[in-house]
Design a protein around this ligand. Structure first.
Ligand code: AMP
Ligand code: MG
Length: 343
């Protein structure tokens, strides 16, 4: 299958791209679309066959549930049953963070096919703030299942070019909406009501809606605290090894003390990127990518993360050496992806 890329730069191009995407999605096809987090591979979430095509194109195991995108509260209510004890919290989170990169896991209605949720009785839902994605879902007026547009286990794509590298000849259409503005996958939470005034938020995946932003509205539980036994295998976004380049990646706490094996070549993923720290020139790196070269710091590092990782992977180095990222704000999400890439 030949993959066509349609640019959505000018208003005219965007109009044509939206029309083409809606036409294909209506026919039960899969289409790669930009979101604010990473590019998604979208299909009509009510169409089990179309959703099966997502799993096939991505080589995604059937136990890994898809995230479903909605256009607003009305569409949300058509696919989930919000338990009364968390209804107020869901309303608050929607008001605060939608449209935006917050995914909530909620009890699903039967209208969502089992393949979408890997047989779970819950579905993960979000509303994208990307204007092209929003236009498409509004015009289509159907929920869209849309996991990241990459081969399972590989790095998420944050540009149309990266989608092409991952999925060319497997999908008919890529809509090119430029670089993703957030750069890492959405935050995923499950909400649990408590006796206390504040609910519990089980953080299933850290993302651009940060712990600091969420904690005003609920108590954040992470890791072992956050998951029941049977929830863990159902959340492969949390599989130990994921988001991986083909080149082995090692996190080195102090790159300035890194000892190279003379028979190997190395590429460097630097967070700080400052020459005064000394490590940019201690070694003849095959390629250097600096995550935060401007003053943007962590949000800038998030936007550049997967793009930089791809560049290093393509450099031909034997190993990627990565400097850790401060685990606060969106840094927690980047560090999470980096640690999984290292396994
Ligand atoms: P992505 O590849 O970005 O679409 O990520 C999808 C991830 O969302 C999955 O790998 C899971 O970790 C998570 N997820 C989706 N649906 C559910 C659900 N019903 N319960 C828990 N986690 C979910
Ligand atoms: Mg993914």
């Amino acid at each position: 299958m030949e993959t066509v890329t349609l640019s959505a730069g000018t208003p005219e191009e965007t109009r044509d791209a939206v029309t083409e995407a809606v036409t294909l999605l209506n026919k039960g096809s899969i289409v790669a679309l930009p979101t604010e987090t990473v590019y998604g591979l979208a299909a009509n979430a009510f169409n089990a066959e179309a959703c099966t095509a997502i799993f096939e194109a991505k080589e995604r195991p059937s136990f890994d549930p898809l995230i479903v995108h909605v256009s607003g509260k009305k569409m949300l209510d058509s696919i989930v049953n919000i338990p009364p004890d968390i209804e107020e919290t869901v309303d608050i989170l929607i008001r605060e963070f939608w449209p935006g990169p917050l995914t909530m896991v909620l009890p699903k209605k039967n209208i969502i096919p089992d393949i979408v949720t890997a047989g779970l009785q819950t579905v993960a839902v979000r509303r994208s703030k990307n204007p092209i994605f929003s236009e498409i879902i509004k015009e289509l007026d159907l929920p869209l299942a849309a996991p990241s547009a990459n081969i399972f286990g590989s790095m998420s794509p944050t540009s149309a070019t990266a989608v092409h590298t991952e999925l060319s000849n497997r999908i008919p259409l890529i809509i090119d909406g430029g670089a993703c503005s957030d750069g890492v996958e959405s935050t995923i939470i499950r909400i649990e009501s408590t006796e206390r005034p504040k609910p519990n938020f089980h953080l299933l995946r850290p993302g651009p809606v940060t712990v600091e932003m969420l904690k005003k509205f609920g108590k954040i539980l992470r890791g072992q605290d956050s998951q029941s036994e049977n929830e863990r295998p159902n959340s492969p976004g949390q599989l130990a090894s994921h988001y991986s380049p083909r080149t082995p990646l090692r996190i080195v706490n102090c790159p300035e003390n890194f000892k190279a094996d003379p028979s190997k070549s190395y590429a460097l993923l630097s967070y700080r990127g400052q020459e005064k720290d000394g490590y940019l020139s201690i070694h003849d790196w095959k390629e250097i990518q600096i995550l935060s070269p401007g003053s943007g710091k962590l949000p800038e590092a998030a936007v550049r993360f997967f793009f930089s990782l791809r560049k290093l992977d393509e450099s031909g180095a034997d190993e990627i050496i990565a400097e850790p990222i401060p685990g606060k704000g969106v840094g927690l999400a980047i560090l999470d992806r980096l640690q999984r890439a290292a396994l």
